[in-house]
Design a protein around this ligand. Structure first.
Ligand code: FEO
Ligand code: CA
Ligand code: CA
Ligand code: CA
Length: 706
């Protein structure tokens, strides 16, 4: 479902190759359809060794050395379109940490009339809970083996209209310039800005196994679109990020649109900035900034005389028509004498992986610019191996955007666990950013984004800061493969293979399909999405080549031409988005779907993937031949939970003892005003919240499968 605040851009006008025809040349379609001998993906890739179960478990924060279930034994949750939650038999799902819940005393509880001050959201849970991570804590310090007390870091992706007493209220000024014609109220914009960002809260487990918020904990803290944030890495201090706010380009004002999450191997939280475009506006200034800067802004979705989305934060005035920098900074029109007199570079200071140390509430959040600037979904590290680089995988979630990885220059030392942001400085400021190319023959390459390798036809990169700030332009020049909206990345702790959800792409036309993005159907493009996965050469995450296949094509089970993974009513899905390997190697898949919601609300599935190259070649309706993994079965893929109508199920983490699974319910009741899921008692306004799932016998989640 597309909403004005959930705008999905498609600014990739590059003519990067679609790898449509190569495989067709190599393998005749007719032979494939006949199931010709020797044409399985297994034959193409050869047998790949499985690593021992739990081989990497000790390197992931908090992993207990539990084996992965052999098969999924719970009873599948059926399709469901009601207003409540459904979880598998033998489990209980309970919501807490709702939108607006105060984190400290002295703040009134959430009110159904929503007349709280915007400032109060600096001390409340924000809106639209998304990625999150649980950090066990003992004696105020990170303890990866502690499950009964911990810090919880959680993203608040964006705000719904119903956050405000009058909804998305604007005043019309027909005489104003186009981007100022609709003006918002200062209090509403403050409420919006402070309900974005991250909450860090302390949680404690009660005797009944459920968690509760520790109100007034010294660790409870909000990071919002209004809090000072540091810029580190390649772009820190660069002219491209210098603004009136900081002429030295070392800090910026806020974080925005925190989507999926990640953790670092050393125990910090990695949040992301995804659809930051939504809150910016730009008037007429091409003549001032020049064609190159204009090209770069357009590549990130902000052309002259445009607003990136429906937020209009730049339009509010403080009082009596005085526009404060608090609001005007979201208008990046070059109006001042130099970049130090306005916010023309403000946009360049958003779109990063942001590191937060939940255990150090005095510290600021740090934007790790060396990992590139784009619509970051989440950030997943490869199993950390002593003496090897740290590798982070990332997707750029917009139509036709790319998949990236960052390989640190510094080599991993497990002694850095618990060293917080200092460890982040060591591993995230220096390294190489790569972008992925998926070849039609099931191989792929990583191409580095460096001054030596990037030669763009229309854009002259000045330095590495320019390359990371304009990573999309650099990736265009490298011939990266345009993907069907890369959402979450997850790395298997068993095989080391990397999985990425490609949620859907309404703009994927049949003639623009390629082997890695092979579906386009009934004028709706790739409507249901798929999950791609790859194995790095020799299992080395710093490698520059890999083998890939499509792990799973999502589709309604009865849509025969689209259902290429053999899905049944017990495990069919549309638009996979959230993705998480638990420390045992169980893959959890969440959906953010608008295409199958007449049949079922969004959901969470459990999966037991095998490995890249375990399937065969399939041919899609567009005639593309694609290696697909083993067909799904009742043993390997099953629906575990369905959320309330109108919601997205997103964000996922577990306690180290695997007895509590946390997920988030985002925007319950969207487009269904009758659904008041999460509302305060007697109220009508539905609220996003975290849901904790526990097993009724107090055991390990999916323990029945062992
Ligand atoms: Fe925030 Fe791409 O989901
Ligand atoms: Ca998402
Ligand atoms: Ca999504
Ligand atoms: Ca969403």
């Amino acid at each position: 479902m597309q909403h004005p605040h959930d705008y999905i851009e498609d600014s990739n006008t590059s003519d990067n190759p679609e790898f449509a025809n190569l495989l067709d040349q190599a393998i005749s379609r007719r032979t494939v359809l006949k199931g010709g001998a020797g044409l399985t993906a297994m034959a193409m890739f050869g047998a790949l060794p499985m690593m021992g179960n739990g081989a990497f478990a000790k390197t992931t924060a908090g992993a207990m050395n539990l084996p992965r279930p052999q098969s999924l034994k719970f009873k599948a949750v059926p399709h469901y379109t009601g207003n409540e939650m459904m979880v598998a038999e033998g489990y209980t799902a309970k919501a807490f940490l709702h939108l607006g819940e105060p984190l400290v005393d002295g703040i009134e509880p959430f009110r159904d009339d929503r007349k709280h001050s915007g400032e109060s959201f600096m001390y409340r849970m924000g809106d639209n809970h998304d990625g999150m991570n649980f950090y066990g804590m003992s004696n105020g310090k990170f303890d990866p083996h502690q499950s009964n007390r911990g810090l919880f870091a959680i993203n608040h992706e964006y705000t719904n209209d119903n956050l405000h007493p009058m909804g998305m209220y604007t005043q019309e000024d027909t005489n104003a310039a186009a981007i100022y014609r609709k003006k918002r109220l200062a209090m509403d914009v403050r409420r919006d800005a402070n309900a974005h960002g991250v909450s860090v809260v302390e949680l404690v487990r009660k005797d009944n196994g459920q968690f509760e918020l520790v109100k007034n904990s010294r660790f409870n803290k909000r990071y919002t679109s209004s809090t000072m944030t540091q810029l580190s890495g390649a772009a820190s201090g660069a002219s491209l990020v210098q603004t009136k706010y900081d002429k030295h380009g070392k800090t910026t004002w806020g974080i925005n649109n925190e989507c999926g999450a990640g953790a670092s191997p050393w125990g910090t939280y990695l949040t992301t900035e995804e659809n930051f475009l939504n809150v910016f506006a730009r008037g007429e200034d091409k003549a001032v900034i020049g064609a190159q800067a204009d090209l770069a802004l357009a590549r990130y979705g902000l052309k002259e005389n445009s607003t990136g989305g429906g937020y209009l934060w730049h339009t509010a005035d403080d009082k009596d028509g005085v526009v404060a920098d608090e609001f005007s900074r979201w208008d990046i029109t070059a109006r001042g004498k130099t970049a130090h007199d306005d916010y023309r570079n403000g946009f360049n200071a958003f779109g990063y992986i942001v590191e937060i140390d939940p255990f150090n509430p005095q510290a600021k959040a740090i934007k790790r610019t060396s990992l590139g600037r784009f619509a970051h979904e989440n950030c997943a590290f490869a199993p950390a191996v002593a003496g090897k680089p740290i590798v982070f995988y990332m997707g750029d979630d917009a139509r036709g955007e790319y998949i990236y990885k960052f390989v640190s220059k510094a080599l991993w030392s497990p002694k850095d666990i618990g060293k917080g942001l200092k460890a982040g400085d060591k591993y995230m400021n220096e390294g190489t950013l790569y972008v992925a190319v998926f070849n039609a023959d099931g191989t792929g390459q990583w191409r580095p984004l460096t001054m030596n390798t990037v030669k763009h036809k229309e854009y002259n990169f000045a330095n590495q800061a320019d390359i990371v700030v304009h990573a999309r332009l650099a990736a265009d020049a490298l011939g990266a493969t345009k993907m069907d909206r890369p959402e979450w990345v997850a790395v298997s702790p068993i095989t080391g293979e990397v999985y990425v959800t490609l949620t859907n792409n309404s703009k994927r036309t049949p003639d623009a399909t390629d082997a890695a993005n092979p579906r386009s159907y009934n004028d709706k493009g790739n409507q249901h999405g798929h999950i791609i996965c790859w194995r790095e050469k020799d299992g080395d995450h710093a490698a520059t080549s890999f083998n890939w296949d499509v792990y799973l094509f999502a589709a309604p089970n009865d849509l025969t031409e689209q259902n290429l993974s053999g899905l049944s009513p017990d495990n069919d899905l549309s638009s996979p988005d959230g993705l998480y390997f638990d420390p045992r190697g169980v893959l959890w898949i969440q959906t953010d779907d608008g295409a199958y919601t007449k049949t079922t609300n969004c959901m969470l599935l459990a999966a037991l993937p095998n490995r890249v190259g375990d399937g065969k070649i399939v041919s899609t309706t567009t005639g593309k031949n694609t290696p697909v993994g083993m067909m799904a079965s009742d043993d390997t893929l099953k629906r575990f939970f369905v959320g309330p109508k109108g919601c997205e199920v997103t964000g996922i983490t577990m306690t180290p003892d695997l007895k509590t699974l946390f997920i988030n319910i985002q925007h319950p009741g969207e487009d269904h005003p009758d659904v008041a899921w999460g509302a305060v008692a007697g109220g009508k306004v539905p609220r996003s919240a975290t849901v904790m799932i526990t097993k009724d016998d107090g055991g390990v989640i999916l323990g029945e499968s062992l």
